[in-house]
Ligand binder design. Structure first.
Ligand SMILES: Cc1cc2nc3c(=O)[nH]c(=O)nc-3n(C[C@H](O)[C@H](O)[C@H](O)COP(=O)(O)OP(=O)(O)OC[C@H]3O[C@@H](n4cnc5c(N)ncnc54)[C@H](O)[C@@H]3O)c2cc1C
Length: 431
């Protein structure tokens, strides 16, 4: 298959989506109530919710809508937060941990309701299977199920012991599984393009190929400059996540960009697809560098595995990901991998999103740490509600201050790389 358009990565998502007509780039000076920078889930959700309440919203996107992580990810819509409830209780106390759990569930509901209300065709499916990759992880997952049932009254989980794992499919090498019926999964780029269409239908103006070069707060408003124009707005929503680079230094060292990679097989036979994933769930494992996968509606295995921490992608992404895939499904050794692509996401030190408002004008949300399909969508909504009036859940998230990466924006990478490599090495031990 060939690349649908040279501006998007050569992903199966792009090849299987009906792309938006190319939007104009910003030319000249415009005024808006809110200028959103970045057209992924965060920016588009904020824009949609703001415009529905009558605000004039301009979105600036450096490349194309959904060009970033929102058009490239694994499509898992997981419950809760990226950090588990035990950790959240320890860091923030039980009451706050309960609020965060509630917000995590509401984020999944929000995705589903946006899909349904706006008629977004994005292969929405149900259920996640999370495998224990080490015997010790099986114990942790059992504890987690019990805790979520008793302390959070969450009844959508069930545990599957090693002897029964074959009932979930042919995945190899695991010790236990946690099935979460409350999780969802979808085609990420179709979802993102659907959000953009919904936002544009309620009056949002999206400028593509319009990179914000400078963001200047001037008292009670801001001016955002692109190479060929500028937006003067009362508020700015900064939604660049792993692609923020040096645009706004006050929040840059709260996150670290990392790269993650995905392949898509050729369409599998019905029999093979059923053998691999009879429940049609999304699937993932408990390793530090998590493997995650699902089947597309046309029965391709979409498998994510492997990370890098430099600004380069491997020369062959299919070769890079293949060993991870074959570790789980050796029977796919001869199955062609038709697509391989990568994306950049932002992580925070404690894997909780980094949200807030700076100088009373710049709202930001970033660092969803691999859990952004639901939480970035929710973050956009919470920023919109906070801008429109006030929003307790925005204040809750903004109050969870994450620590910056040591070394600041320029020097943070070496210490992170050392740490990440150490933990990814542990993945290989004790399986
Ligand atoms: C390979 C991969 C797999 C993942 N799998 C999952 C998963 O299965 N489930 C899950 O929940 N999460 C997953 N994630 C994370 C998830 O994709 C992100 O958290 C989420 O998409 C973040 O959305 P966003 O809108 O904040 O950022 P993005 O989607 O990255 O959007 C940011 C946008 O800002 C634009 N931009 C940047 N700078 C500027 C500028 N100066 N001016 C204008 N525009 C600018 C970029 O071009 C980009 O389009 C994955 C991420 C990757 C990379």
């Amino acid at each position: 298959m060939t690349l649908t358009t040279p501006e998007y990565p050569d992903s199966w998502y792009c090849a299987s989506s009906e792309l938006l007509p190319e939007q104009n780039s910003l030319q000249g000076d415009v005024k808006a109530d809110i200028c959103v920078i970045g057209a992924g889930y965060t920016g588009l959700s904020a824009a949609l919710h703001l415009a529905k309440s009558g605000k004039r919203v301009v979105v600036l996107e450096a490349e194309r809508v959904g060009w970033g992580a929102s058009g490239r990810n694994g499509g898992h819509v997981g419950t809760g937060q990226r950090a588990d409830q035990f950790a959240l209780e320890k860091w923030y106390g039980k009451e706050t941990a309960k609020e965060l759990w509630r917000l995590g569930l509401e984020a999944v509901d929000l995705v589903e309701s946006l899909v349904n209300e706006n008629g977004i065709e994005c292969e929405l499916g149900k259920g996640n299977i999370h495998y224990a990759a080490k015997p010790a992880h099986a114990h942790e997952l059992r504890e987690e199920i019990e805790h979520l049932e008793t302390a959070y009254d969450y009844q959508q989980l069930r545990g599957v012991e090693k002897a029964d794992l074959a009932s979930l499919g042919s995945a190899q090498g695991f010790h236990y599984a946690m099935v979460d019926e409350g999780a969802r999964h979808l085609h990420p780029l179709k979802y993102c393009l659907g959000l953009a269409r919904a936002a544009m239908a309620v009056g949002v103006t999206v400028y593509e190929h319009s990179r914000a070069k400078k963001l200047d707060v001037q008292g009670d408003h801001a001016v955002v400059e692109t190479p060929s124009g500028a937006v003067r707005a009362d508020r700015v929503v900064l939604a660049c996540n792993g692609y923020l680079e040096k645009l706004y230094s006050p929040i840059a060292s709260n996150i670290m960009p990392i790269n993650n990679f995905i392949v898509a097989t050729e369409p599998l036979s019905e029999e093979l697809a059923r053998q691999i994933n009879p429940l049609k769930a999304s699937l993932s494992d408990s390793l530090f560098v998590i493997n995650y996968w699902k089947l597309s509606d046309d029965r391709r295995l979409i498998f994510g595995g492997g990370e890098t921490y430099s600004d380069k992608f491997p020369s062959s992404i299919t070769d890079f990901v293949r060993p991870y895939l074959l570790g789980v499904y050796p029977e796919l050794a001869k199955t062609p991998l038709e697509f391989g692509w990568g994306g950049t996401l932002a992580i925070t030190r404690n894997r909780m999103p980094d949200m807030g408002v700076h100088q009373g004008v710049v709202y930001y949300a970033q660092g969803f740490s691999g859990h952004g399909v639901p939480t970035a969508t929710m973050a956009g909504k919470l920023m919109a509600l906070s801008i429109l009036d006030s929003c307790e859940d925005f204040d809750l998230m903004a109050g969870l201050k994450t620590r910056s990466f040591p070394g600041g924006p320029l020097l943070r990478r070496p210490s992170l790389v050392a740490g990440m490599l150490f933990y990814s090495l542990l993945d290989k031990l004790g399986r």
